[in-house]
Structures are given as structure tokens and as C-alpha cells.
Design a protein around this ligand. Structure first.
Ligand code: 5GP
Length: 205
């Protein structure tokens, strides 16, 4: 149809399971996934270039300086950013690109890319979120407390998202997110060039 690829922003509280949702969207539906750069330490099992590009603060700052990110933000005690080149190249090829990023980054994307699709993934309630964060066992209680505090700040920004999806059943959540993306891409206002072309072709018959 009209466009080159679309940007799909997926945010959600830490512990809402958005990473798993995103992984499934990539595997099942072939979305491109942007790999972010971060200054945080790798967790056990994470690999450089797979989950993140792990950078020193200096390298991260250099990337900011040469405009290497389409957005970046500080989250808890670390920096996270979306490398520009991959996203622009993929969109140019017509691929839809998923960004799994936090709220400040999402707002930044929203202001730059008007047709980006913003989706917020959440657990069905806060006790479930706390259970998941505690059960993950990857973070100290201090980090969990910071993430919960951050979640309450993020809750203030939920209104900025177009779609809210509850991740209670993984399959259902993945299917719902994919359906949202398909439906948004079919909206008439997102297909004006396509419609103009049909009209033009018909007028030339
Ligand atoms: P984590 O440390 O749990 O991997 O990620 C912490 C938060 O940073 C998550 O909410 C994640 O979505 C977000 N995040 C990951 N990559 C980026 C990025 O490139 N930009 C922004 N703004 N946030 C990111």
C-alpha cells in the first residue's frame, strides 16, 4: 500500500512480559526487531548484539553525539537508545519494525513518526506484576523497588498510547497485538496514496 515500513512501539511495565510478546511477534509474523544499545550490565544469558548492544557510557554518549539514535532515554540508572541505521534501512525496505522501549522513548517516537503505532502491554493487575518481578529472580530487591516506582510514573503516561493490551494469556496477547497492527495499517487515512492511485488508474481506462 502507501508506505514504507511502519514503526511499532511496544511499551509496558517492567515484568509485564513484553519481551516475550515481542519475541513471538517476530517469530510468528516476521516483524523486524530493533536491537537497542544500553549501558546496563548484561543479565545472565544475555548476549551482545542479541538482546542489546552493551556499551560503555562513553560509547553511548558518542553515539548520541553523531546522531546515531532515533531516540534515547535514561531508565532507572542506565541509558537505552534505538540505533538509527537499522530502523531507517528496514523501513526503507518496507519492513515493519518493532521497538520495545519505555515511555519517554515512545513519546519521542510519537512526535517524530506520526504514523507509528503505540501499544502498551500490561499485566491484568498490579499484584500479578509484583509476583512476576519477584519471581523473575534476575534483579535485586532494590532494583525491583526502583522499577515499581518507575511503573507508577509510567502509569501517568498510559493515556499517550493508542492501545492497551493485557498480557494474561500469551497467545491471545500476541494475536491481539498483531491484529491491532493489521487493522491500523488498513485504516483509510493510512492509505491515501493507494486510494489516489486506484482513482487515477480508473480515470485512465
Ligand atoms: P531492561 O533493563 O529490563 O532490559 O529494560 C528496561 C526498560 O528499557 C524497558 O522498559 C525497555 O523497554 C526499555 N528500553 C529498552 N531499549 C530501549 C531503547 O532503545 N530506548 C528506550 N527509550 N527504552 C528502551
Amino acid at each position: 500500500m502507501d508506505r514504507k515500513g511502519t514503526l511499532i512501539v511496544i511499551s509496558g511495565f517492567s515484568g509485564a512480559g513484553k519481551g516475550t510478546v515481542v519475541k513471538r511477534l517476530v517469530e510468528e509474523y516476521g516483524y523486524s526487531l530493533s536491537i537497542s544499545a544500553t549501558t546496563r550490565e548484561p543479565r545472565e544469558g544475555e548476549q551482545d548484539g542479541r538482546e542489546y548492544y552493551f556499551k560503555s557510557v562513553n560509547d553511548f554518549r558518542n553515539m548520541i553525539d553523531y546522531n546515531g539514535f532515533i531516540e534515547w532515554a535514561q531508565y532507572v540508572d542506565n541509558f537505552y537508545g534505538t540505533p538509527r541505521k537499522f530502523v531507517e534501512d528496514e523501513m526503507e525496505k518496507g519492513h515493519d519494525v518493532i521497538l520495545e522501549i519505555e515511555v519517554q522513548g515512545a513519546m519521542n517516537i510519537k512526535s517524530q513518526y506520526k504514523d507509528a503505532i503505540l501499544i502498551f502491554v500490561t499485566t491484568k493487575d498490579i499484584p500479578t506484576l509484583m509476583e512476576r518481578l519477584n519471581g523473575r529472580g534476575t534483579e535485586s530487591s532494590d532494583v525491583i523497588a526502583k522499577r515499581l516506582k518507575r511503573a507508577s510514573e509510567e502509569a501517568e503516561d498510559i493515556n499517550e498510547y493508542e492501545y492497551i493490551v493485557v498480557n494474561d494469556d500469551l497467545e491471545e496477547c500476541v494475536h491481539t497485538v498483531h491484529s491491532i497492527i493489521l487493522s491500523k495499517k488498513c485504516m483509510r487515512e493510512n492509505n491515501s496514496q493507494f486510494i489516489e492511485k486506484i482513482k487515477k488508474d480508473l480515470s485512465e481506462i
